[in-house]
Design a protein around this ligand. Structure first.
Ligand SMILES: O=C(O)[C@@H](CO)OP(=O)(O)O
Ligand SMILES: [Mn+2]
Ligand SMILES: [Mn+2]
Length: 546
């Protein structure tokens, strides 16, 4: 994995720093765009006075099945880190189902065999067609296949979305799904929703930001401990009438009959966690599979056959049993740099820490070279982010500036969570504040990078804060009965900025002949800035020598 010194690009004399503004895209429209509405004089100045282009950050450009699919942090950071586009989880699972490959694997056979010995087959995961973490079609295909293979009892544990799909769309999924289950049910096939709750309340924590979420999920799904309802529909309507929360924040619920939960998880059962994306799947997978486990009190661990939709961590091999082979993201930028003696530094706050480490390195939680790599996590607040839209951007910047000044690192990367995490709340004012907080940090950080003779790349992994209003099919802003705009909490399909901030006469310019450039073109660019030629099969660099 030796990198060739470039004959065209001299190595940047100072550090090269990639700044990922998570969820900051470039929208073609004005209304509902918190990025444009925010007063960001510094970002505006960098965009106006340095070489800038737009990068594709959604759809096939990042390995999603179609160009209707928005981007997300996993596919975005995988593309940054790998310098190439790999078919991603969403696509691999869909293909594995349509080819029938999934049903032929060991994992599926073991799951079905367990259920046919008298266990219940449980499916647990994010219940929408967002295609960021999961897709409801994958769930349906598995239920139908289980029935066909003679499984007698299936229970569903549904995590309500409202983050990758409309903020209050849960019933649009639940109601037709109940009708679908009615069609499948027979004297030989008992299938029902057993528990659920909002994805930001239970089960889907990530990067150990808040284990209490996973504990709440465990109690609901496994132990059947929680507020009881006759149906998911009733639970959703009741919670909505009691508190003004969007789907992702709905509390957990247990479906019960005569006071008895419909589907606790017990010895001899099989459990499939049907999300393909790993960050928010790792903690619950650990809870189901680790014999020694300290993050929370599980009670006696039920002996179940547990399978993940994919293997979520290539380093820890978690979970050991999985239905679809994850993409083989190899020879990443991080690995090349490590093998060529280049020092690296990665920093973010908890909510995005794994994005610049685990996702960046092709879904591996470890390092390539302990001695050459420093990873820093600034603990995130555990509050609704519309209450603290600045999040930890100032603290991240304090620490990053010290790292840049130390001169110890040739290549640094940072993710600022604000545009994304606050964008997901659907709160327009908070998203504007988030962008303004971020702008102040750029004004602190960039001059230090330039003072150290370095180069900064300002970019993003996908859009989010750039569209805060839901649009109808014709592209018009939707309004509720009182005439207020309806919030859009999900990512967008918009491109993202790529700004190259360096000292005078850098010796290179942006190429003009790459109209379809995307996030995967960034890695080769970084290698060129560090004075190396990129590997042959990396997507082309965005710069050319003067
Ligand atoms: O919060 C998340 O899990 C996703 C949206 O589902 O956002 P991101 O891809 O930016 O991490
Ligand atoms: Mn992101
Ligand atoms: Mn996001």
């Amino acid at each position: 994995m030796k990198l060739a010194k470039s004959s065209r690009f001299p190595a940047c004399p100072g550090p090269v720093v990639t700044i990922v503004l998570d969820g900051v895209g470039i929208s073609p429209r004005e209304d509902g765009d918190a990025v444009k509405a925010a007063r960001t004089p510094n970002l505006d100045r960098y965009m106006a006075s340095y070489p800038m282009t737009k990068l594709l950050a959604h759809g096939t450009a990042v390995g999603m099945p179609s160009d209707e699919d928005m981007g997300n942090s996993e596919v975005g950071h995988n593309a940054f880190g790998a310098g190439r586009v790999f078919a991603q989880g969403a696509k691999l699972v869909a293909e594995s189902i349509s080819s029938g490959h999934l049903w032929q694997g060991h994992a599926w056979h073991e799951v079905v065999a367990t259920a046919k010995q008298g266990g219940t087959l449980h499916f647990l995961g994010l219940f929408s067609d967002g295609n960021v973490h999961s897709h409801i079609d994958h769930l349906k295909a598995m239920i139908e296949q289980a029935k066909q293979e003679g499984v007698a009892k299936v229970r569903l544990h549904i995590l309500l979305d409202g983050r990758d799909v409309g903020e209050t769309s849960a019933l649009d999924y639940v109601d037709p799904f109940e009708a679908y289950l009615n069609g499948l049910r027979s004297p030989e096939f008992d299938v029902a929703i057993a528990s659920g709750g909002g994805r930001m309340q239970i089960t889907m924590d990530r990067y150990e930001a808040d284990w209490s979420m996973v504990k709440r999920g465990w109690d609901i799904h496994v132990l059947g401990l929680g507020r009881q309802f006759a149906s998911a529909h009733e639970a959703i309507e009741t919670f909505r009438s009691e508190a003004n929360v969007i789907d992702q924040d709905l509390p957990g619920f247990v479906i019960a009959k005569d006071g008895k939960p419909l589907g606790t998880i017990v010895d001899g059962d099989a459990v499939v966690f049907f999300n393909f994306r790993g960050d928010r799947a790792i903690e619950i997978s650990r809870a189901f599979t680790e014999a020694q486990f300290s993050p929370f009190e599980r009670g006696p661990l039920p002996k179940v056959t547990y399978a993940g939709m994919m293997q979520y961590d290539g380093d820890t091999k978690l979970p050991p049993r999985f239905l679809v082979e994850p993409p083989t993201i190899d020879r990443t930028l991080g690995e090349y740099l490590a093998k060529n003696g280049i020092t690296q530094y990665a920093i973010s706050e908890t909510q995005k820490f794994g994005h610049v480490t685990y996702f960046w390195n092709g879904n591996r939680s470890g390092k390539f070279d302990e001695a050459l790599e420093t990873y820093v996590e600034i603990p995130s607040d555990v509050v609704p982010f519309e209450q603290r839209p600045w999040m930890k951007c100032a603290e991240i910047t304090d620490t990053l500036i010290a790292a840049v000044r130390s001169g110890k690192y040739r290549y640094l990367r940072v993710n600022y969570a604000n545009g994304d995490m606050v964008g997901h709340t659907g709160n327009f004012e908070a998203a504007v504040t988030a962008m303004q907080g971020l702008d102040l940090q750029l004004a602190r950080l960039i001059p230090v990078i330039l003072e150290m003779n370095g180069t900064a790349i300002i970019t993003a992994d996908h859009g989010n804060a750039d569209e805060m209003y839901e649009l109808d099919k014709k592209g018009n802003v939707t309004r509720n009965a009182e005439g207020r705009t309806k919030a859009k909490t999900s990512h967008t399909l918009n491109p993202v900025p790529f700004v190259l901030v360096s000292g005078e006469n850098p010796g290179f310019k942006l190429r003009q002949d790459l109209p379809k450039a995307g996030l995967s073109n960034v890695a080769a660019t970084i290698l060129n800035l560090l004075g190396f030629d990129a590997p042959e099969d990396y997507d082309p660099s965005l710069i050319e020598a003067n």
